[in-house]
Design a binder for this molecule. Structure first.
Ligand code: MG
Length: 261
């Protein structure tokens, strides 16, 4: 009898946990992730994540031996512009810098499931407000954006701030360093899966660390990221380029490497 009641207890607890995961869109993740479905897109009332000081930047994280190095500070040979031509972004002193109006850049190679390391820094001086300060972005599969923005003493809508899964998930905390200091994202990305009819059988998921601090714990994406919209999934290839956004601000990147999973 005792065994039976223990079994029923765990059964009910299990069902409860599954229901909670479904509600938060965060299977197996921490409970504090804000469910994207409860808030309209770019809702200014959506709570701002607490500020956490990540401490000073360390030296660049060396790429592991099985990583594909996408940028080692020397050249942009692994990248093209949106037309497949050489990009006009600037390379100097071990970093690349967005050159406004030259367009976003894409890797020549495609990637699906991956672990990505990328370092970036915000322009000095800090100019512009909200989305106009240091805007760029890291697009997994050229489709799913982790927002790059200067949110050090700069407020914007929570689902569009630094390290947000743009328009869907605010980060758990605001771990921004000051403009001019190097920052890092470590992203674990699981691509969406589609069946032969184009139906989503498994949505995309992301785990993200900003400056070494967990900001997304295996969150589920509702579809491609977009401005003022949450469009549904569209079937795409198993592997697509990683892209970095030209949003008109001279954001810098260095030490970019990726491990295919
Ligand atoms: Mg952006």
């Amino acid at each position: 009898m005792k065994k039976m009641s223990t079994f029923i207890f765990f059964l009910i607890a299990g069902i409860g946990l599954i229901a909670l995961s479904a509600m938060t869109g965060n299977p197996g993740g921490r409970g504090q992730s804000q469910p994207s479905t409860q808030w309209g897109i770019h809702d200014m009332n959506r709570p701002q994540p607490p500020v956490v000081d990540p401490g000073p930047a360390g030296p660049p994280a060396p790429p592991p031996s099985d990583a594909v190095v996408l940028f080692d500070g020397k050249d942009l040979s692994q990248w093209t512009n949106e037309k497949g031509e050489p990009t006009k972004w600037r390379v100097e002193k071990g970093y690349m810098e967005v050159v406004a109006k030259t367009g976003s850049i894409l890797t020549k190679k495609g990637f699906g499931d991956c672990q990505l390391h990328i370092e970036w820094s915000m322009p000095l001086a800090a100019e512009g407000e909200s989305q106009e300060r240091g805007n760029s972005g890291v697009f997994l599969m050229n489709t799913y954006e982790v927002q790059v923005l200067d949110c050090y003493e700069n407020t914007t809508y929570a689902d569009g701030m630094t390290a947000s899964v743009y328009g869907q998930h605010p980060p758990l905390v605001n771990a921004c360093r000051k403009p001019g200091e190097w920052q890092a994202f470590d992203i674990i990305f699981t691509r969406p899966l589609f069946d032969k009819d184009g139906k989503v059988t498994q949505p995309a998921r992301m785990t993200v660390f900003h400056n070494g601090i967990l900001v997304h714990d295996n969150v589920t994406l509702s579809g491609p990221t977009a401005h003022k919209a949450r469009p549904p999934y569209k079937v795409h290839e198993d592997k697509l380029p990683l892209s970095l956004q030209d949003h008109g601000n001279p954001v810098r990147y260095r030490n970019i490497w990726i491990r295919e999973l």
